[in-house]
Design a protein around this ligand. Structure first.
Ligand code: KIV
Ligand code: ZN
Length: 531
C-alpha cells in the first residue's frame, strides 16, 4: 500500500447509528452499506454484533452481500465491533467471517477515569486483558483492530505500553480514539506522532484516528493525526454519531483532495458519490443535514450575496474552491418535462447512478409522470427525492391509500385518511386537528394504534418555485420508550401527502420494531461497558 494512501474506515452503521434517534432497519443498513461500497470506502464497520441478535444478523447480511463482490472488484473490508471479552469477539467473528476480508475491531478503555469508575480495573489488569483478547481475536481472524478507548485522555506512556502488547498479540490496526472530543489539533497530532515514535513494533501496524466532535474539532484533529503519520481515518457520513457526532467522511476526503500541497495524502473515495450517500443516510435516519454543513449542506455551494454572484459570473474560482459536480451535485438544472419518455428517464437515472430493474423503472416512471403533470421541469434534485420516496422506505406495514384534507382560517381542519394494513385491513378514518398536518396525523394514529410522541417535523422544498416538490422528515418515539427513535421521510408535490408519507414511514419502523422486540436491544449495550 502506498505510504500516502489514507484508508477510509466508515462507521456510519456503528458509531453513526449510536446517534440519538438514528436507528436503522436491517434493510436500510444493507442499502447504506451497498452505497458505501460504491463510494469506495476501504472498511465498513457494519455494527456491534453483541448488541442484539438483530445487529448480529444485519452485520452478517452485509458481510455476505457487500463483503463479497460479484464483479471482480475488491470488496471493502467488513468490520464488527467487540468489547474485549470472548463472547463479544465470538459474535463479531460469527457475523463478519462471511466477508472476503473480515475484521474484528475490539476495544478497551485506557484512561484512568474509565479504569477507576467504569471498568474498576487496574492498569496491569487492562494490559493483561488486551493481550489475552487481541490474541484470542487474532486466532480467529487475520485482520484485527484494537482501540484504547478514551485515548485522548489517557497517559501517553501507558498508551504505548498497551499498544505494544496489542501489536505483540497480533493487532494489525491501532485506532486512537478521542472518545469524548476533548483534544485540540496540536495535542492530538502530537499524541499520534509520539505513539508512532515510542511504541515498539509500531511499524507493524497501521495507525488510525477516530475523533468525536464535542468541541467542533473532530475533522481538524483527524487531519492533524493523519499529518502525524496515521493512515486510517474513522469517519461517518454527515458526521453523525454519539452526542455531537464523529469526524465527517466528506470533510476529510474533500480536504485531502482540495489541499494536496498541504497534506500530500489521498483516498480511494469516488467523491461524486458523496451527495447521494449523504442524502440516503439523512433520509434513512430521519436526521436532516444542517444547511450550512460543509460539503453536503444545502447551502454549501449556494452564492447568495450580490458581490459573490458577480465574482462567480466573472470566474468561478473567485469564490469556489471545489466544483459542485466533484461531490456529485448535478450541474444540470432543467432535465426532464412531461413529454419526456421512459427512455429519457432511464438514461438520466443511469447518469445519476441509479440502474433500476424494469419493474422498478415502471414504478419510477409512474411517479415521474404524476409529478410532471403538475410541475413543468423535473430536475435532478426532484428525481433524487422521488427515488428516495419510492425505494428507500422501510417495510410497509401500513400504506397510504388515500387522503383528503379540508382546512382554512375559520373552519375545523379535518383529514380523512384511508390506510391499507396487515391482514387485509382497509380502514378510513376522519379526524379534526389544529391544522391539516395535525388532523392527518391524528387520523393515521387512530388507524395504526401505536401511541407515540412526535419529536421533530421538518419540511423543505426540493427546488425553487411554487410548484416545487415538498420533502418531509420526521422523528418520533413510542410512548413509554424514549430510548428508541424512529425517523421517516416522504416526498410529494402535495406537502400534506408528503407529511403523511413521512409519518407512516417512521410509524412503519416503530410497528416493525414492536413486532420484533429484539430490535430494542440495539442501542443499549455499549453504555453498560462491562467486560
Ligand atoms: O469513540 C470511541 O472510543 C469508539 C470506540 C469503540 C472506538 O467509538
Ligand atoms: Zn466513537
Amino acid at each position: 500500500m502506498d505510504k500516502n494512501y489514507v484508508r477510509i474506515f466508515d462507521t456510519t452503521l456503528r458509531d453513526g447509528e449510536q446517534s440519538p434517534g438514528a436507528s436503522l432497519t436491517s434493510a436500510e443498513k444493507l442499502e447504506i452499506a451497498r452505497q458505501l461500497a460504491k463510494l469506495g470506502v476501504d472498511i465498513i464497520e457494519a455494527g456491534f454484533p453483541a448488541a442484539s441478535p438483530d445487529d448480529l444478523e444485519a452485520v452478517r447480511r452485509i458481510a455476505q452481500d457487500v463483503g463479497n463482490a460479484r464483479d471482480g472488484s475488491r470488496p471493502p473490508v467488513i468490520a464488527g465491533l467487540a468489547r474485549a471479552n470472548k463472547d463479544d469477539i465470538d459474535k463479531a467473528w460469527d457475523a463478519v467471517r462471511h466477508a472476503a476480508h473480515p475484521r474484528i475491531h475490539t476495544f478497551l478503555a485506557t484512561s484512568d477515569i474509565h479504569l477507576k469508575y467504569k471498568l474498576k480495573m487496574t492498569r496491569e489488569q487492562v494490559v493483561a486483558r488486551v493481550s489475552e483478547m487481541v490474541a484470542y481475536a487474532r486466532a480467529l481472524c487475520d485482520d484485527i483492530e484494537f482501540s484504547p478507548e478514551d485515548a485522548g485522555r489517557s497517559d501517553p506512556e501507558y498508551l504505548c505500553e498497551v499498544l505494544e502488547v496489542a501489536i505483540e498479540a497480533g493487532a494489525t490496526t491501532l485506532n486512537i480514539p478521542d472518545t469524548v472530543g476533548y483534544t485540540t489539533p496540536e495535542e492530538f497530532g502530537g499524541l499520534i506522532e509520539g505513539l508512532i515514535k515510542n511504541t515498539r513494533g509500531s511499524e507493524k501496524a497501521v495507525f488510525s484516528v477516530h475523533c468525536h466532535n464535542d468541541l467542533g474539532m473532530a475533522t481538524a484533529n483527524s487531519l492533524a493525526g493523519l499529518r502525524a503519520g496515521a493512515r486510517q481515518a474513522e469517519v461517518t457520513i454527515n458526521g453523525i454519531g454519539e452526542r455531537a457526532g464523529n469526524t465527517s467522511l466528506e470533510e476529510i476526503v474533500m480536504t485531502l483532495k482540495t489541499r494536496p500541497a498541504v497534506f500530500g495524502l489521498y483516498t480511494g473515495i469516488d467523491a461524486t458519490q458523496i451527495t447521494r450517500t449523504s442524502k440516503m443516510v439523512s433520509n434513512y435516519t430521519g436526521m436532516p443535514v444542517q444547511p450550512n454543513k460543509a460539503i453536503v449542506g444545502a447551502n454549501a455551494f449556494a452564492h447568495e450575496a450580490g458581490i459573490h454572484q458577480d465574482g462567480m459570473l466573472k470566474n468561478q474560482m473567485t469564490y469556489e474552491i471545489m466544483r459542485p459536480e466533484s461531490v456529485g451535485l448535478s450541474a444540470s438544472q432543467l432535465v426532464l418535462g412531461k413529454h419526456s419518455g421512459r427512455h429519457a428517464l432511464k438514461s438520466r437515472l443511469i447518469e445519476l447512478g441509479y440502474a433500476l430493474s424494469d419493474t422498478d423503472l415502471d414504478k419510477a416512471f409512474a411517479r415521474f409522470k404524476e409529478v410532471a403533470d403538475k410541475k413543468k421541469y423535473i430536475t435532478d434534485a426532484d428525481l433524487e427525492a422521488l427515488i428516495a420516496d419510492e425505494f428507500y422506505q422501510p417495510n410497509e406495514v401500513f400504506r397510504l391509500e388515500d387522503i383528503q384534507v379540508v382546512c382554512g382560517r375559520h373552519g375545523m381542519p379535518t383529514a380523512t385518511v384511508r390506510l391499507i394494513g396487515p391482514e387485509g385491513l382497509d380502514k378510513t378514518i376522519a379526524a379534526i386537528g389544529t391544522g391539516p398536518v395535525d388532523a392527518t396525523y391524528k387520523a393515521i394514529d387512530a388507524i395504526v394504534g401505536a401511541p407515540n410522541t412526535l419529536l421533530e417535523f421538518n419540511i423543505h422544498a426540493v427546488t425553487e418555485g411554487i410548484d416545487a416538490l415538498g420533502e418531509v422528515t420526521v422523528r418520533l418515539h413510542a410512548d413509554g420508550d424514549d430510548t428508541h427513535t424512529y425517523g421517516g421521510h416522504g416526498a410529494d408535490s402535495d406537502i400534506i401527502v408528503a407529511s403523511a408519507k413521512a409519518y407512516l414511514s417512521a410509524l412503519n419502523k416503530l410497528v416493525t420494531a414492536q413486532l420484533t422486540p429484539r430490535m430494542h436491544a440495539q442501542h443499549s449495550t455499549l453504555e453498560l461497558e462491562r467486560v
